[in-house]
Design a protein around this ligand. Sequence first.
Ligand code: ASP
Ligand code: MG
Length: 429
Amino acid sequence: MEVHKFGGASVKDADGFRNVVNIIKTYRTEKAVIVLSAMGKTTNALQQVVADHYAADTDPFIALNLLKQKHYEIIDLLFENKEMILDEINEAFVEIEWMIEDAPHEDYDFEYDQIVSVGELVSTKILAHYLHTQGVNVMWLDVRDVILSDNTYREAKVDWVETQKRIVNKTTQIFGDYDVIVTQGFIAATSENFTTTLGREGSDFTASIFSYCLDVKEMSIWKDVPGILSGDPRLFDDVTKIDKMSYREAIEMTYYGAKVIHPKTIKPIQNKGIPLQIRSFIEPEGSGTWISEQKDIAYPPIIVFEHNQCLLKIATKNFSFVAEDHLSVIFSLIAKHRVKIKMMKNTAVSFIISADNVPHRIQKLVTDLSKNFNIDQQEDLELLTIRHYNKEIIERLTQDRTKLFVERIPNTIQMIVKPNPDLQLGSKA
Ligand code: ASP
Ligand code: MG
């Protein structure tokens, strides 16, 4: 058995769907679970529908109708016989219409999940129907029948034990008659059958849940890049593809902000030793990047930029040392407001953290901290991480940037830097 995951960029138009079908027909070698995201920028559009429903003066139907139109255009191009697929798509969209005709639900995150999840439901229906017209023996699976989660809307936690049972039962049953299962990434359901989502870009994680539960031979994530690159090709001319990478290295680089795969993807497949191939849906014959248990790989310097960091200098009000009791107050407030720390350091009279700048969370944290501490806050900063650094690369990347905070551990150097607006990042001039 194998698992293939395709993201929204791979199905942003009708040609995208045709290409995905070709890839499945050409590169599938065993019974396969296909995990698909919503088409193109659908999730963002649905997020807008939710926001417009909650805002007093905006009509959520405008964004929704635009999005429906996009889906209809693609269906027009893919199908001769459209009735059945249109019925199914409309049935999914009408659930949103019912919600936005009513007053907004008191829990924003709950409503968000009920609405945003429709993106994956419709994209997978289109793919499953289209695969069928192209002669593939395929079955559509509602992933909410198998992935059970808690009710932390927008960040739901998976119940692994029950999920594994359901995935094994359901897929065994379907694979008795079919070769391919098409299902949704990103979404799940609670024990009360409400829809949840697993966090933005969570479809990679869904693929990993299936891979783990089915102990598959291998998993593929099809991307618009040739594999994992040593840096962002939009910023650097001289990036190289990394052919082989260890699970550990992949976990480190996604943790520090590399967007190539979702950070939660690696751990489950590492536990089962399932190899993961990152490959290109644009040039599917390429060799991609293999992630597996490997040692003694010589990596080139790997550069990861995380934008939108906020630096907080937390100082005691009376210039006393920052002691353990202070730290315990600081950390409990950080946990309470779900602020994600990327770097931290304590000095004699202050404690410094850099965190993802989610404005409403940071503001609440600052308000609470200000009761006991003096806070100095700086925004619009970048976290630059270089794995396997050398002197030249550090010099090249920092010569024209202000370094606010630097930390070095073996193999990794991290810096909070102030971006210079006049300066191109990296080497691209
Ligand atoms: N469609 C979801 C998102 O855009 C999940 C995913 O693409 O992985 O966040
Ligand atoms: Mg996406």
